[in-house]
Design a protein around this ligand. Structure first.
Ligand code: NAD
Length: 347
């Protein structure tokens, strides 16, 4: 099989919404993991589209240096890039990755409503959403997504995402799940590389909430991080792994706890990311499975790698089996290989 150089025309046509930290890193990942043909990328003030495939090398170099979609080849400047892109190109794409901030909680659910109600899109959407409230809002759009033939797979990052999906797998050894404990360690060199991620993490701190974090100026965030020596220690936070495992029928949301440490000044992880699944076997023995991620894997590798894997899975479910509506990563296994692996093996 030719996975290194697959026929671009047989790969799903992907559009990345949001050219910030994860959006830019997704361009870099696609250079090495050819799971999709990137045809569109947009940020607040511009979009770029190329039906033959966007040049990944040039795009990554330009975005990581200038962070401006306006400077890309085929760029269209616009005040409302999502609307203008979807009005023109909804029929030219198979998958959308929302690499967008979700501040406030309804931001991504509202964009989804717009896509459902005002565009002709009928493909796949994947996100790396983190908040329980936001996933609940999306779940309410299930029947509307079904009516428009969209399959939306939510919570496809690392946590929620890979770890939640791993819990679904680990649970199979047990007849009852007693607890799921997710602990994440994230290290990034500077918070400006992942603005939305850090704002959303600040929203979990004592005396903060989503509205307050959304309204903070960059200077206020700098000051807060300075006071904390760059560290955000988060305990028992509202994270969608709980609702996702409940919707998947693995355990009730109250059995799931999530916390971690984010170092905004050091790319080295402060602690190892892991998930502990404690359950009772059918022979009445209590036991734990533990899944720990390698410390060398970055947040971008763990989030975007899974986003691609879940996108592959969603495309197969949607295009080959006609699945539509709202599903979460806890209900699906990600697929490493491109969607049309069977075609590729014949090449
Ligand atoms: P970021 O702030 O670096 O990038 C977001 C980009 O979206 C920015 O460039 C911004 O200009 C753009 N944007 C904002 N509003 C827009 C609009 N209306 N139209 C077009 N573009 C718009 O964000 P990030 O740090 O890369 O995070 C992206 C998302 O991924 C966040 O919601 C974050 O919580 C999530 N995330 C999930 C996980 C996980 O494991 N599940 C881990 C990390 C981040």
């Amino acid at each position: 099989m030719n996975l290194k150089n697959p026929d671009l025309n047989k790969l799903p046509r992907l559009a990345i919404f949001g050219a910030g930290g994860l959006g830019i890193e997704m361009v870099a990942l696609l250079q090495k993991r050819k799971a999709a043909k990137l045809v569109g990328i947009l940020d607040k003030n511009a979009y770029s589209f190329n039906s033959n495939g966007i040049d990944l090398d040039l795009t990554y170099k330009s975005l990581s240096k200038y962070k401006d979609v306006n400077l890309l080849e085929n760029a269209c400047s616009t005040e409302d890039s999502i609307k203008d892109f979807m009005q023109k190109h909804a029929k030219d794409i198979d998958a959308i990755f929302f690499a967008l901030p979700n501040l406030p909680n309804e931001f991504i659910p509202n964009i989804t409503k717009y896509i459902i109600n005002e565009t002709q899109y009928d493909g796949v959407i994947v996100d790396a959403l983190k908040r329980t409230t936001a996933v609940k809002m999306l779940n309410e759009l299930d029947s509307q997504l079904k009516n428009t033939n969209i399959l939306y797979l939510t919570g496809c990052g690392c946590t929620p995402g890979m770890l939640t999906s791993a819990v679904s797998l680990a649970a199979q050894s047990f007849v009852e799940i007693k607890s799921v404990k997710i602990t994440f360690g994230v290290g990034i060199a500077n918070w400006q590389a992942y603005r939305a991620t850090i704002r959303e993490d600040i929203a979990h701190l004592k005396d903060y909430n989503v509205e307050k974090a959304f309204k903070m100026t960059e200077e206020e965030i700098d000051t807060l991080l300075e006071q904390r020596k760059g560290l955000l220690e988060l305990e028992n936070i509202e994270h969608a792994d709980d609702i996702m495992l409940e919707l998947a029928g693995v355990c009730s949301a109250d059995k799931v706890s999530v916390g971690g440490i984010v170092d905004t000044r050091n790319p080295k992880k402060p602690i190892s990311t892991n998930v502990e699944i404690c359950g009772i076997t059918y022979q009445n023995k209590e036991s734990k499975h533990v899944f720990t991620l390698g410390d060398e894997t970055t947040m971008a590798a763990n989030v975007n790698g899974n986003v691609l894997g879940f996108m592959n899975a969603a495309i197969v479910l949607h295009n080959e089996y006609g699945v539509k509506g709202l599903m979460t990563a806890a209900e699906v296994m990600p697929r490493f290989a491109p969607v049309n692996i069977k075609c590729l093996t014949k090449v």
